[in-house]
Design a protein around this ligand. Structure first.
Ligand code: C5P
Length: 413
């Protein structure tokens, strides 16, 4: 886990990190470290049970603040840790949230400081997020599911659980999310939601056009920009489908990913997905041509010195086709294209926007961006051009999504 990947993302946020009892407490230590690296200030509160699994000393060292365990802790001047701690939080995250702790919340019990401060929090202002962790049978038990439903109805936000190996040796649902996943979920939760209720389809990465079963033609697109746009759109509240060419990138949380190889696969997947979408963003570097026919068997070198002759045919232009569809033309599907140019960025981008028939085209210098983590963008629409200066693809994706949301809500108005 690269701790710097979240650098600054939670700057200025104050998080109360609650630990209840469970083997997953060791992951809460890493979670705490990542929160601090993300710029958050972290106040740890532990139950007595949590102290059986990890010490308050360890959590104090990682958070840089004394840990609270007891509601009778006399350190606060007013002796009301539950009030003070809950009032200053931007979010309370309980991870691990044990079955017993969730049961306490469901009943509104307040026998320990952590449950007490959850109950005492200003419910409209301070969100409560839960990262459950328990054995699969405990997770599946009707009592746990009933309690979870109750705490969700009462305003808590469930961060979900993972499926896999459990500390007890069993395998199934109920594992706590990994530390990085928890941070990603918290960042997403706290992000503004200008795309709430929108369905977004994004193409990303290169395509691979087969020559024979072992060879093919592809390009240097890493997919990083498209994946960053998918993550930012999901954080902005959209339901996101990512149609990805062959890339080795992790799927952003909460995003539906459809893996494809060739331009024709990508075309078929994108056409099917945009049917009920509101926004289509084409970031993929789609091959313009493919070998006219892929050989069924590997083409052999026979020693004669003769080289195979490849004939090419043109691939479908996914973006142009979708942008010219009746729904897009009627304004029901907002299409965004990308252009990787090597010169004359502005003039080429303006011409491409018209040719593709899209309201918004995002241009960049192709060779300068492929595979890199940062970039600079030029947004071209019918009103002119807008520069998004050099920044990480993460930041540029957030800015682009905000620009798309502004235009889409403008259309709706
Ligand atoms: O024409 P050019 O390839 O430069 O256009 C780039 C834009 O068009 C990108 O948004 C890309 O995803 C999209 N495109 C496409 N299908 C193609 C070629 C490009 O969707 N066959």
């Amino acid at each position: 886990m690269n701790a710097n990947q979240f650098a600054g993302e939670l700057a200025g946020r104050h998080v109360v990190l609650g630990l209840s009892g469970g083997a997953a407490c060791f992951k809460a230590a890493e979670f705490c470290r990542l929160l601090v690296k993300s710029g958050a200030t972290v106040q740890v509160v532990m139950t007595e049970a949590a102290c059986q699994f990890i010490t308050p000393v360890a959590m104090q060292a990682l958070s840089g603040r004394p840990v609270y365990v007891s509601q009778w802790d006399a350190r606060p001047d007013n002796n009301m840790a539950h009030i003070n701690l809950s009032r200053e939080a931007d979010a309370i995250v309980v991870a691990p949230a044990s079955a017993d702790f969730i049961a306490q919340l469901a009943q509104g019990r307040a026998g320990e400081l952590l449950a007490l401060l959850c109950l005492a929090r200003p419910i409209a202002r301070v969100p409560l997020l839960l990262g459950p962790a328990m054995n699969r049978e405990m997770w599946a038990h009707p009592a746990t599911q009933r309690n979870l439903q109750q705490v969700i109805n009462d305003g808590a936000h469930l961060l979900g659980v993972a499926h896999g190996d459990q500390a007890c040796g069993e395998f199934g649902d109920g594992r706590m999310l990994e530390a990085g996943e928890l941070v990603e979920e918290l960042i997403a939760f706290l992000a503004p939601k200008p795309l709430l209720g929108q369905r977004v389809v994004i193409t990303a990465g290169p395509t691979f056009e087969a020559i024979d079963p072992v060879r093919g033609i592809t390009n240097h697109s890493s997919g990083k920009m498209g994946f960053a746009v998918a993550r930012a759109a999901r954080e902005a509240g959209a339901e996101v489908t990512l149609v990805a060419g062959p890339v080795h990138l992790p799927t952003p949380r909460g995003v539906l990913r459809i893996d494809v190889q060739s331009a024709r696969d990508m075309h078929a997947a994108a056409i099917a997905q945009v049917e009920d979408a509101d926004i289509f963003v084409a970031t993929a570097a789609v091959a313009d041509w493919r070998p006219a026919s892929a050989a069924e068997q590997k083409i052999k070198k026979d020693g004669s010195g003769e080289v195979p002759q490849l004939a090419f045919v043109e691939n479908p232009d996914i973006l142009a086709e979708i942008a010219h569809s009746p729904r897009a033309q009627a304004g029901d599907l907002f299409c965004v294209g990308f252009a990787a140019e090597s010169e004359n960025l502005k003039a080429n981008a303006q011409a491409k926007r018209v040719r593709k028939g899209v309201p918004l085209l995002v241009a960049n210098i192709g060779p300068a961006t492929f595979g890199r983590d940062d970039n600079a963008l030029l947004l071209v629409d019918d009103e002119g051009v807008m520069e998004l200066p050099q920044a990480s693809k993460r930041v540029l994706a957030q800015q682009l999504v905000a620009e798309i949301a502004r235009r889409v809500s403008g259309l709706d108005a």
